[in-house]
Design a binder for this molecule. Structure first.
Ligand code: ATP
Ligand code: MG
Length: 480
């Protein structure tokens, strides 16, 4: 996942949609039509040899020159091919980013700046492509004009041969006629051949992408009898810099563990490692004593419900979005889950209720509503382990109350890891783990940590501060 995400949406789209489509087109046409055209040229040549080998040889003379200029073109073309594709991918990424980030760009008045970046990338792509084409064009023009000129030597020299009595006029006329049938198909065949390097390049880069090391997993089912989660000396780096350092942690079955820490301390990363979006760089993560690398993706996914920090909904109906939690669930089960996740009131407000389309990425719902839909998904899934990455935003008092009720449904009777941004929601947790810059600073209950963990005290003070701030604004008082 990491490798793909780092490529950028635009580049991935170009690779897996545009490039594959062009490969398909080229292969579908280049192979049969190229071969057919080549076969026609060769057959006509052979025919000419039967008529008169001397005249046929003459008609072959344009071939070496044409091939030489073609080779020159390829040399220039191939040298710049990878730069060309890099420029195209960059442009694609910028376009996708520009469109996706439109809201941010507008709100922060970055229109000009962002557009300039977009413009620069498009222009540099254009300049690069034009320069590349310009370098190739002369050679292309040369072989395009030389190759079809099979009659170039046949006419004058053939005439001479006839005058000398070495060939007959009828043969010359016949070979001349036949030679006109060679040029066009030959050129077409060559035209198809010129697309081969492009296909090769695209296939190579696709293969590179597909050969990225896959996540380590096996075909084994989950063999454990219980669901204690163990992080054993886990470390991890996104690229070069390590963001999780040697963390060991046990989450006993049926308990609730809170993960807290400052923004960027590695909470979400730890959750993503547990749901196996990435392989750990060192150490191991075990469920019920079984390393998650020793079970199949399906087996792991059956054991864990993961509610991510950012919600993504597919543009299918809300009902189907929730059903993703358990594909075989009946409509009634889905609706019951939605009800438990406190979606009832807002679903009732929608014209088509639960059958409303979610919009691209769930854009037609508010952030809090999106979250509750994904909680409904988790309730429906009913997996024994729940990993909940609480979202920071959308926490108005009403939504907070609903969220708490929904979360209570999701975690009932489960082994739970909650990444909590609102410390108040986990004061009763069985244990709280404090992360500090990728290190495990302390583990304990709320009371214990308040006594002995300075990092936790700091977080708690900030939480208290924000709670007071909320109370005072709710009363209409001054912001403190
Ligand atoms: N995809 C990524 N590629 C590279 N670095 C990343 C990536 N995701 C996160 N990081 C980095 O890893 C570190 C930990 O990030 P993480 O998302 O786990 O923090 P967090 O504790 O969940 O923060 P928050 O409370 O804001 O959600 C941060 O320094 C972040 O910049
Ligand atoms: Mg996070």
């Amino acid at each position: 996942m990491g490798v793909i995400q780092e490529k950028g949406v635009g580049a991935v789209k170009k690779m897996f949609i545009d490039d594959i489509e062009s490969i398909e087109l080229l292969l579908a046409h280049a192979l049969p039509e190229g071969i057919a055209n080549l076969a026609i040229s060769v057959l006509v040549f052979v025919g000419m040899f039967f008529v008169d080998w001397k005249l046929a040889l003459l008609s072959l003379c344009s071939l070496p020159l044409g091939i030489l200029s073609m080779i020159s073109m390829y040399k220039i073309g191939m040298k710049e091919m990878s730069n060309y594709y890099t420029a195209a991918q960059k442009m694609n990424n910028t376009i996708v980013e520009y469109i996706n980030g439109m809201e941010v760009v507008k709100v922060f008045n970055r229109d000009g700046e962002s557009y300039r970046r977009f413009e620069t990338d498009v222009k540099s792509y254009r300049d690069f492509t034009l320069a590349w084409f310009k370098a190739c064009w002369p050679w292309m023009a040369l072989y395009n004009s030389i190759l079809p000129c099979v009659a170039m030597l046949v006419l004058p020299l053939g005439g001479y041969l006839v005058v000398q009595g070495w060939s007959t006029l009828t043969d010359l006329a016949l070979v001349l006629c036949m030679s006109f049938g060679v040029g066009a198909p030959l050129l077409r065949a060559v035209g198809f051949m010129s697309t081969m390097p492009q296909i090769n390049y695209k296939i190579d880069s696709l293969e590179q992408m597909l050969s990225a090391p896959p996540l380590q997993h096996s075909d084994q089912p989950f063999l454990g009898t219980e669901h204690t989660v163990n992080f054993e000396n886990v470390s991890f780096a996104y690229k070069d810099s390590e963001v999780i350092h040697n963390i060991s942690l046990t989450v006993p079955e049926g308990s609730l563990t809170g993960l807290v820490g400052e923004s960027g301390s590695g909470k979400s990363t730890l959750a993503k490692l547990l749901v196996h979006f990435y392989d750990v760089a060192g150490g191991a993560i075990k469920i019920g004593g079984q390393d998650i690398r020793n079970m199949s993706v399906e087996a792991l996914n059956n054991e864990i419900s993961y509610v991510a920090q950012e919600q993504f909904l597919f543009n299918i109906s809300l009902l189907e979005n929730i059903r993703l939690g358990k594909l075989e669930a009946t409509d009634e089960e889905v609706m019951a889950a939605a009800e438990k996740a406190q979606c009832g009131t807002f679903l009732a407000r929608l014209e088509n209720g639960i059958h409303t389309m979610a919009g691209d990425g769930g854009k037609q719902l508010s952030g809090g509503e999106r979250q509750r839909i994904s909680l409904a998904r988790a309730i429906l899934k009913n997996a024994p382990i729940v990993v909940l990455d609480e979202a920071t935003a959308f926490m108005d008092p009403e939504n907070e109350e609903k969220m708490n009720a929904a979360i209570a449904e999701v975690i009932r009777g489960k082994t739970v890891i909650v990444i909590a941004h609102r410390l108040h929601s986990i004061v009763n947790a069985d244990q709280i783990c404090v992360l500090d810059d990728g290190n495990l600073a302390a583990v304990g209950t709320h009371v214990e940590l308040l006594e002995r963990c300075p990092e936790y005290q700091k977080l708690w003070q900030a939480a208290e501060g924000s709670a007071q701030w909320r109370v005072s604004t709710a009363k209409g008082g001054k912001h403190t």
